[in-house]
Design a protein around this ligand. Sequence first.
Ligand code: SF4
Length: 435
Amino acid sequence: MANNFLTGREYLRRKKLREKKKLISVALGFPDLIFAAGGIPVFPIRLESFTVNRYLTALNSATSVLGWSLTAKFLDFARQFDILKLVDKILEEVISSINQKYNQMYDLGVQNGVPSDLCYGIYALYGMHKERKQIDANLNFAMRCGEWNKISESLRSIVPNQIWVDIPALNAEDEKERLSLMVSNVNKAIDELELLTGNVISDNSLNKQFRIGNQVKRFYNTILYEISASNFYPCNPATFAEILALLTITFQDYNSNAQRFLENMSHLVKEMRERIKKGIGMDVTNMPKLLFSPMYSGWEPEIHEIIYKLGGRVLYADWEILGLLEEIPVSKNSDPIESYSRYLLDASTKGIGCDNENLTSSYLKAAKNMEVDGLIFNQVYGCPSMSNIYENLKRKVESELKLPSIVIKFKKIGENIEEIENRLKPFMEELRSID
Ligand code: SF4
């Protein structure tokens, strides 16, 4: 999965030049319509070139020659001798390589006239699109905060072909009307995608994609609810958090290949379960479990290392909290466009519509179901939407769930690490003393 992410540039070049596929940029976690249209969804940072760790390249070649099972066996064998903390090291480098690139994209956004005082994610998204002439269109789901929509609008000067799917605001219409509006907006996007790709989006192609997506979400939830709940992790908690971070990033476009992504998810879950069964990994019984969110629009990746050193473990579960891991019902008699529309409306209500009440409930529900010991809220500089809920959320987490929580501030990766550490130390000490 990490290799597919980092070598995306080559893969996408091949798809565009040799196979004449359309590259369509997308963010958050909405690649389904693009796959169903036979296009290639791309979270545009993947068009950048990354430094790929040589062990990762070797591992990837080994996997394609030996298959995943034999490679995994070899890794276990190598680990016995502690030749290298191979997987841990690779993942650490992968995440830091991605984050260096994120910072470069952020700087590009800042230097290119994006209005000041916006959040990190918006600057980075703008930077990612800048000068990426390979992108044929941008598929945007226009329901988020005003800042997001404003910047998406200004992407028009970089990617003229904009396909917008408007999501009707909550309470704007009654439920039936809202659904019918949503269906017509999805149909409009489908028409535009068909025109762009020259392919027809049939009920079959939609259902096929939803089935793949549903399985991906099931594996994702298994990691969040089954593996995370275990008292024994298949790796150390910092590496585990890195895997969750990688999942958050790659879920946005399924690394441009839905079937391959599904297979990778399946291998990942199988490998994790086997390691736990064999007792390979780490006992985390006495390490408090902390839900950290939101991180998709920018976060300090040192956090999970800091928490690990302070005796805790971090979970990243943004897509679950925001409602994107809900499955889309597929059956012989269902109308896939209507099912997809309901999915979008539900996700908007649950999280990405930024409705304070609903968002707060989603956080509470996730914290409860994931049985965490505390919450860390990431207050992203320049965010007028999600940041508004923190006070209310903090109060409710403390009164309803009887859990401690803390708010930390984030502006850019690598800034304020010391300050963050100083804030987290007493919080963790207190948390561990409760235990
Ligand atoms: S909700 Fe906040 S963090 Fe998310 S895109 Fe909007 S401004 Fe950025």
